[in-house]
Design a protein around this ligand. Structure first.
Ligand SMILES: O=P(O)(O)OC[C@H]1O[C@@H](O)[C@H](O)[C@@H](O)[C@@H]1O
Length: 194
C-alpha cells in the first residue's frame, strides 16, 4: 500500500469481565521482510454513553499540556480542575497519569479509564455544528456521548522487524454519587477494589 508501505500484524483482544470492565489490548508487530523499521502513533477512540454532556467532568487531566485540534494543534495548558463541556472539544492531553475518570453526575456513574504504554489521552465531543455535518452521527447525539481514549501521539513508537509493541486500556464503570469535588467513601472503596 502506497500510504503505508509496511508489513505488520495488528491484534486486538477485547475482554469483558463479569462486573463489566472492558479491557482492550492491542499488539502491533513489524513483519517487514526488507529489514526496515517503521514508526506509528496510536489512539483508542472509545465513546462513552453519558446522560447529559453539560453535566459531565473528566478528572485527572488538570495542569497537563494538550494539543488543541481546534486551534491548529497549538500547545495549551489545562487551567481547570476538571475538563467540562460547553462547546466543541478536540484535544490530545500529553503524558497523562495512568488513571482518568469521567464522571456523569446525572447517571451517578463514573467510568474509570486505566492505561498502559499509552501516555496521552484524546478528549473529543463534536458539539452541535460538527455533529450535524457528520453523516454517521445524529444531530443531537453529541449531547449524550463523550470520547475519551488512551493514546500515544506525542512520542511515536518505532518498531524494527520482528519487534512488537503492546498497549492496553481498561474501562471500569462504577456507581458514584460524586459531589463538590470529593469522592464519596463508597466510591473510593469500589475504586480500590478495581
Ligand atoms: O469518527 P471517529 O474516528 O470516531 O473520529 C471522530 C473525530 O475524532 C477526533 O479526535 C478527531 O480530531 C476528529 O478529526 C474526528 O472527526
Amino acid at each position: 500500500m502506497k500510504t503505508w508501505p509496511h508489513s505488520y500484524e495488528l491484534r486486538l483482544q477485547v475482554a469483558l469481565s463479569p462486573r463489566g470492565d472492558l479491557i482492550l489490548t492491542s499488539r502491533i508487530k513489524n513483519k517487514n521482510a526488507d529489514g526496515k523499521p517503521f514508526q506509528f502513533t496510536f489512539a483508542y477512540h472509545t465513546y462513552f454513553s453519558v446522560s447529559d454532556i453539560s453535566e459531565v467532568r473528566v478528572e485527572g487531566l488538570d495542569t497537563l499540556d494538550y494539543h488543541d485540534n481546534l486551534q491548529s494543534k497549538i500547545r495549551c495548558t489545562e487551567q481547570g480542575d476538571a475538563v467540562v463541556f460547553e462547546s466543541e472539544v478536540d484535544r490530545i492531553y500529553l503524558s497523562a497519569p495512568p488513571k482518568i475518570v469521567t464522571i456523569d453526575h446525572e447517571k451517578k456513574r463514573t467510568f474509570v479509564l486505566r492505561k498502559k504504554e499509552l501516555p496521552d489521552v484524546v478528549v473529543w465531543n463534536p458539539w452541535d455544528r460538527k455533529a450535524k455535518a457528520m453523516p454517521d452521527f445524529g444531530a443531537e447525539e453529541y449531547k449524550c456521548m463523550l470520547c475519551v481514549g488512551a493514546a500515544r501521539i506525542e512520542k511515536p513508537i518505532t518498531l524494527r522487524p520482528g519487534e512488537e509493541w503492546q498497549g492496553r486500556q481498561e474501562i471500569s464503570p462504577v456507581p458514584s454519587s460524586y459531589s463538590s469535588g470529593l469522592l464519596d467513601p463508597e466510591m473510593i472503596q469500589q475504586m480500590q477494589r478495581i
